[in-house]
Design a protein around this ligand. Structure first.
Ligand SMILES: NC(=O)C1=CN([C@@H]2O[C@H](COP(=O)(O)OP(=O)(O)OC[C@H]3O[C@@H](n4cnc5c(N)ncnc54)[C@H](OP(=O)(O)O)[C@@H]3O)[C@@H](O)[C@H]2O)[C@@H](O)CC1
Ligand SMILES: [K+]
Length: 509
């Protein structure tokens, strides 16, 4: 498991060391040395060009100045531009003593540089870049699209170290060098702005055990543990049965995609609850599926999937059946908002139920929760109003946690970085580089994968933790898209579905 902590916790961890009477500045020296080493290595790709160091007023700027001092000693051509209300005194002195050059922001010529060290703001930042720093970063941003590499010190400046919220303008980094441990932005909403993350140890890492990670990432061996692999004595019922209540006359495609995705995970059987004319379509596309027209309560399944493309009264009843069932339910699309009503009438769900909203659906859920279950809302969120979609997108970690706490369910909040929150406060994230995934139907495929994997786990005596299965489903979803032309071209939902068996085979190794 790879863990990330809030900037606040890392500052708390450092505090006793840096405030000790005997403190000799060694933590910053180690941090700056690590930054210098990575900068020197990255510069090999831009040999013969100058290095520009953007220096803010705090210790992040201090790291930048000390790193620049090392680079000067190695003979690199370095310029620094001071962008804070002041600069780290000793760092600036060392830089000047080494012959370091300070340039005026107005005379900055971006074309002279091959590498930028972004040391404007680190864990002490409040809000986005101000004034001159914002102007300079805006100018450089257009240039970095062309040819300049960027190395961020600790976090890309303008990114919130506690939440990962992005306050533009931010210089997207090719490499982020951080200290002690990853911070929230490195595994959350700002992850795609961080580039490759390198952690420099400062010798006080054992104190991390006193802090809870804010967000974690499963490694491949942990994902594999959530995958149920059949043995020679398995049969269709030991492999799990998923009951699917998705799609409608209006949205038959959601039924086809979620059902095929579920079948392609290797689940023992799929039982599909028919509305309208869906049976013939389902059986033409996936003849493996058993369709039923009777009440879902009469079906024996290990997990339910409901909500994707679900409109009309029959499907509304189906969503309620899934919510009331003792088996875990994957609650997608329309079922997400319906869950708010359900929770206010019946109390919280079990953790093994999974809500799978995108930010817009989560906004709707939270608006309903704040209106229908005000006392619970107040206990969890306080006086704050329900967030807008944009606010959720800027702090998905927080709002996924809130939704999980309010509903009792596991919440999988979809995005380029997907957040999976459990009611115990733990959050996993999954990064996807398959940006072509953001198309209609893609969510139906994810819900189908999740239904198949949860049903397979539920058929075991020891199912994997729900959040782990949810993370596995997101990874398989993203990898299935990447298998289609390496993710470099369009990946329609139908193409993703076809790649699921191969993505699973690759994952199992
Ligand atoms: N602790 C340690 O020993 C170690 C720390 N390390 C390093 O130190 C970094 C943390 O340093 P830090 O605490 O000085 O905070 P940092 O982010 O550099 O700057 C904060 C200053 O900027 C200002 N400011 C704030 N918001 C602003 C804004 N929006 N726009 C513009 N200005 C803004 C504000 O000053 P103000 O101008 O408001 O008076 C404030 O004083 C950490 O990320 C790591 O790199 C490593 O060396 C390892 C050892
Ligand atoms: K920075």
């Amino acid at each position: 498991m790879i863990n990330a902590y809030t900037a606040e916790d890392i500052r708390r961890l450092e505090e006793p060391y840096v405030t000790a009477e005997t403190y000799d500045g060694s933590l910053m020296r180690k941090a700056a040395y690590g930054l210098y080493k990575h900068a020197a290595q990255l510069h090999e790709q831009r040999a013969d060009s100058r290095i520009l160091v953007l220096v803010g007023s705090g210790n992040n700027g201090g790291d930048g100045l000390y790193a620049a001092t090392h680079l000067l000693a190695d003979g690199f051509a370095v310029d620094a531009v001071l962008l804070g209300s002041r600069a780290h005194t000793e760092g600036l002195e060392a830089y000047k003593d080494a012959g370091g050059n300070l340039i005026d922001p107005d005379s900055l010529d971006p074309s002279a540089y091959g590498l930028i060290i972004d040391a404007i703001l680190g864990t002490g930042a409040r809000g986005g870049l101000r004034d001159e720093a914002a102007t300079v970063v805006n100018r450089l941003r257009t240039e970095t699209d062309r040819d300049i590499l960027v190395i961020a010190c600790d976090v890309p400046s303008g990114v919130d170290g506690n939440t990962g919220a992005v306050h533009q303008p931010v210089l997207p980094a090719d490499v982020t060098v951080t200290f002690i441990a990853r911070k929230v932005p490195h595994l959350s909403a700002a992850e795609h702005l961080c580039g490759r993350v390198e952690v420099v140890e400062l010798g006080i890492e054992e104190d991390l055990a006193k802090y809870e990670p804010a967000v974690s990432r499963l490694e491949i061996h942990e994902l594999r543990q959530a995958m149920v692999v059949p043995g020679p004595y398995d049969h269709k019922y030991t492999r799990g049965v998923c009951g699917i209540l998705t799609g409608s006359e209006e949205y038959p495609g959601a039924a086809l995609l979620s059902t095929q995705a579920c079948v392609n995970t290797g689940v023992g059987m799929v039982r599909f609850g028919v509305v309208g004319q869906l049976a013939s379509m389902i059986n033409l596309r996936t003849p493996e599926v058993v369709c039923f027209t009777s009440s879902p309560e009469e079906q024996h399944v290990q997990a339910w999937l409901a909500g994707s493309g679900a409109t009309g009264e029959a499907r509304e009843r189906d969503i309620d059946v899934a919510l009331a069932a003792s088996e875990p339910a994957i609650l997608d699309a329309a079922a997400v908002a319906r869950t708010a009503q359900w929770v206010s009438d019946n109390g919280v769900l079990e953790t093994n139920n999974i809500l799978t909203p995108h930010a817009g659906e989560l906004e709707e859920f939270l608006v309903w929760m704040s209106a229908l279950s005000y006392s619970t809302w107040h206990r969890v969120v306080g006086d704050e109003k329900a967030p807008t979609r944009a606010e959720i997108e800027n702090d998905p970690l927080r709002w996924a946690k809130v939704a999980s706490s309010l509903s009792g369910a596991t919440v999988l909040l979809k995005g380029a970085v997907t957040h999976i929150a459990s009611p115990d406060g733990k959050v996993l994230s999954v990064r996807s580089d398959a940006h072509y995934l953001a198309t209609a139907g893609s969510g139906d495929v994810l819900s189908g994968i999740l239904g198949g994997l949860i049903a397979q786990n539920e058929a075991q005596t020891k199912p994997a933790p729900t959040a782990h299965v949810a993370a596995l489903a997101s990874v398989i979803h993203s990898n299935s898209a990447l298998l289609n032309n390496g993710g470099k071209g369009p990946t329609p939902a139908s193409a993703i579905v076809d790649n699921i068996p191969t993505a699973i085979a690759y994952l199992l190794g």
